[in-house]
Structures are given as C-alpha cells and as structure tokens.
Design a binder for this molecule. Structure first.
Ligand SMILES: Nc1nc2c(ncn2[C@@H]2O[C@H](COP(=O)(O)OP(=O)(O)OP(=O)(O)O)[C@@H](O)[C@H]2O)c(=O)[nH]1
Length: 456
C-alpha cells in the first residue's frame, strides 16, 4: 500500500540525505515534491495545502544548520506531521457503555460492510470474549439478511432471527431489546448500503441511529475508491456523525491518499483496516507505522518486533559471543540464513528496511536475488564437512567442484557463498573494533546475500 507516495518521498529524501547541510531552498524544493507526491497519491487538495503549510512552519523555525543530518530532520518533521494527520495513535473501539454496546455500520453498497460486521464480531467474540449479536437492517437487497446469517453461523456468532417484511428501525429496536434482555455485550447493526449517497439513505440511517443510540457509528469505506470515499465520509459525518472509519481493501494497491484525507476532512480516526476477504483479515490501524512506511523510512518498529520473535535467545547469545571474538564461519552464515527464512524470507525483510522503495525492490528482483538463493546456499553449506564449515579456508578448487555437484549448484554459487562468508568475517572484525554502537547495523548487514548491504 501507499507505494507511489513512498517512492516519491523516498527519492526526495535520498537527495537531501546526500547533501551535508540543508538550506531553505532545499526545504522548499523538498516540500514541492512532497506536495506533488501527496496529490498524486489522491490526497485532497485542501488537505495537502494545510499539510505543506504546517511542515513549512515547523521546518523554517528550526536551526537546520545545527543538525548533523539535515535530511533526516526534514524526514522527521514530515513524518511527525503525517502521523498527526493520520491520528496520533491507534484508537480502539469504545464499548464502555451500559451493555449492550451498539455498533452501527454504515457505508455504500459493496464497500465491505457486511464482511466487516462479521470480522469485528468474530474478533470481539473470540479475542475479547464478548457476547455478540448481529442484525442486518438491509431489507432492500434480496438475501442480504441471509448473507449475514450465513456468516454468523461460520464464525459462531448469533444473528437476530429474520422477520419478513420488518422495516430497518423496527429491526434495530428489536435487536437492541434482544441484546438487553438476553445479556449480550455488543449488538452489531449492519445497515443497508446504496450505490451513491441519497437523501432517503441518510434519513433511514438517521432514524436507525435515533432508535438504537449507537456507542460507535463506523463508516466502512473502500480504500480503492480514493476521492469518492472522502466525499462519502464527509457527507456521512455531517449528516449522521461518525465515531470511526473502517478502511477495507487495504490489501489491494490503494494509494493511501484516501486514508489521509478522510481523517483530515472528518476528524474521525481510522480504527480498523480490512486486509483481505477472509474473516480474520482485520487489523488495527497504526498511524505512526503507516506514516513511517509512506516516507520510506521503513517500519523499524515491526522490523525489530519480527526479529525479536524469530531470533532465539540462544542464537543471539552465540552470535554475540562470535562478534566479541570477531569470528564468523559458515555455521554462523547457515544459522543466519535459517533465521532469514523464518522471518519470512528476503522480500518481507527488505520491505521493512529503511530507504527501500518499490523501484529498488524491483531492481533486486530483477537481479534475481530472491528467497530461492537462501535455499541453494543452505544446500551448499550442508554438503560440506563440519571441519570445512568451521574453517572455510581449507576448501580448495577441486573440493569446490565436488561441493557444487553434491549440492546441485554451480562452482560460481559455491565461490559466491565463500566470498560472502569472507566478507561477513571481515565485517565481524570491523564490528568488533567499532564496538557496541555498530553491532546492530553490522549484525543485520550479515543477513544480506552476496553483494548486498544496507541501503545507503
Ligand atoms: N480484498 C478484500 N476484499 C474485501 C475486504 N472487505 C470486503 N471484501 C470483499 O468485498 C466484497 C463486498 O463485501 P460486502 O461485505 O458484501 O459488502 P457490503 O458493503 O456489505 O455490500 P452491500 O451488502 O451490497 O451493501 C466481498 O466480496 C468481500 O469479500 C477487504 O478488506 N479486502
């Protein structure tokens, strides 16, 4: 997601990073690029203007010459403003009311309302142990009520029994009553959608709201619909009043501008995002992480979390020990390659590294640096003797050919691998000299296959 915006800002900040100092002209030039990028990413014009103005005020007020890395400073200011625009932190659903807490789902037809209703119900009942009742108020689309009942059966969440001919407001009242009488914690109301906003729809949703007094009124909006979604959000917010937004289809190649402007235009937090058709493909929306990703700074938070998950402590301790000694043999390389596989392979790791944009990723793919390489390298290492793994320098030319044959690879592959190990070993010596500060970067550097390093 947000690819084009990330690419664009990535190249702007590349330029800045290469310069030693940042002049006022640099700021202006960078902001011009940022403006174009945001517009291209489908962010509404007034939102862009406001954003640029805020960043300019921040940047000009700062003593840029004092900063060691002026480019990073601008990145930080833009990042902070972007996070603020997306909403400072994740905002959870508010269910702190006398039960049952009513959640009213609104939005256009096909936005993913029914699916999101089921996703939220599943999450509340499974993860938060809430007793949830779902009711469909869509009496227009044939089989809409049945669709929700089928989803309810799938996820083990009760749906209100269908009474043919009953109108939306009456269904809503009955749902809330049933919820109260039968001790439900949450009542989910899935309202009817329309192809476009019309007065009749607004009147219907407003009367449901008045009857059901929802704790949450969530607009379900399709991230792929860009500016349209923003207009829809604005109208719903003015006429009905929204407490939050659920952005669906964030798994697609939506450009993300809609998320930025929806938040800015309505002031409503984006609370959840849909990332697929399956009923557990629902995630919390984290503004600061998304902002970092947009800027091509990489999602450092997730990178660290992911690394912590898969690096067994023992492995880390062993590695630290080797680092202290400044050693790195083929066993170490093999264990690093295995860790990489666990972390989801190269592509997922690279995605999270700072400064990697999709153009650079494509280059890497074109150079055929993919996850298959890891498997080949592991095959090579496992065709060696334990002694060879510990002392790779004993492997001479003839033996290299045999190792290549034994592992179904080529002599070039074997040579490349050994060169990689030598480079890593050299790096370890350097890291040892650099001390603690360089350890993290040095360690990650060694996760890379031959010829690759941290993006400069
Ligand atoms: N890829 C992807 N597909 C989604 C997501 N959310 C919903 N969908 C799909 O979008 C389609 C429409 O979803 P529905 O939930 O039926 O939409 P709706 O808003 O309830 O539509 P109406 O009942 O006609 O108003 C379905 O095929 C869903 O599987 C998502 O986050 N990602």
């Amino acid at each position: 997601m947000f690819d084009s915006l990330q690419d664009r800002l990535g190249s702007v900040f590349d330029k800045l990073k290469r310069r030693g100092a940042l002049s006022e002209a640099d700021v202006t030039a960078a902001l011009r690029e940022v403006r174009v990028a945001l517009l291209e990413a489908d962010v509404a014009l007034p939102v862009v203007k406001d954003f640029i103005e805020k960043v300019k005020v921040e940047a000009v007020g700062q003593d840029v010459l004092k900063s060691v890395t002026p480019g990073q400073m601008v990145v930080k200011i833009v990042n902070d403003q972007l996070s603020e625009m997306l909403g400072a932190d994740h905002v959870a659903l508010n269910l702190q009311v006398t039960p049952p807490a009513v959640i009213m789902m609104v939005g256009l037809q096909g936005s993913g309302k029914t699916t999101s209703t089921a996703k939220i119900s599943k999450r509340l009942s499974e993860k938060e142990r809430k007793k949830v009742l779902m009711a469909s108020l869509d009496v227009r689309r044939p089989a809409a009520q049945e669709q929700l009942a089928v989803l309810g059966a799938q996820i083990g969440v009760r749906t209100l029994n269908i009474v043919p001919g009953e109108q939306p407001v009456a269904i809503a009242k009955r749902a809330v009553q049933t919820g109260a009488l039968e001790g439900f914690d949450v009542v989910m109301l899935d309202t009817a959608g329309r192809l476009a906003i019309d007065e009749e729809l607004m009147a219907e949703v407003a009367s449901v709201r008045d009857a059901a007094k929802p704790a949450e009124t969530l607009l379900v909006a399709d991230a792929m619909t860009g500016q349209d979604a923003v207009n829809v959000a604005d109208t719903f917010n003015q006429k009905i009043g929204l407490s939050g937004i659920v952005m669906t289809r964030m798994d697609g190649d939506a450009r993300g501008g809609a998320a930025l402007s929806m938040r800015a235009v309505t002031g409503c937090p984006i609370k959840l995002i849909g990332v697929g058709e399956k009923l557990d493909e629902l995630e919390d929306f984290h503004p600061s992480r998304v902002a970092s990703r947009i800027l091509g700074m990489g999602d450092v938070v997730s990178l660290v979390e992911k690394a912590a998950e898969s690096f067994e402590e023992e492995e880390a301790a062993k590695l630290a020990e080797k680092m202290k000694k400044g050693k790195f043999d083929l066993n170490d390389l093999a264990s690093q390659l295995k860790q990489m596989q666990k972390m989801g392979g190269m592509s997922s790791l690279l995605n999270m590294l700072p400064g990697m944009n999709s153009a650079q990723m494509k280059k890497l793919k074109d150079a055929k640096i993919d996850d298959k390489i890891i498997n080949r390298q592991l095959a090579i290492i496992s065709s060696m003797t334990p002694h060879e793994r510990e002392k790779p320098e004993v492997i001479k030319a003839k033996r290299r050919t045999r190792i290549a044959n034994g592992s179904g690879t080529s002599v070039q592959d074997v040579n490349k691998l050994l060169k990689q190990q030598q480079e890593a070993a050299r790096m370890m010596k350097k890291v040892q000299k650099m001390g603690k500060k360089g350890m993290m970067r040095g360690g990650l550097q060694n996760l890379m296959p031959p010829g690759m390093g941290f993006p400069k």
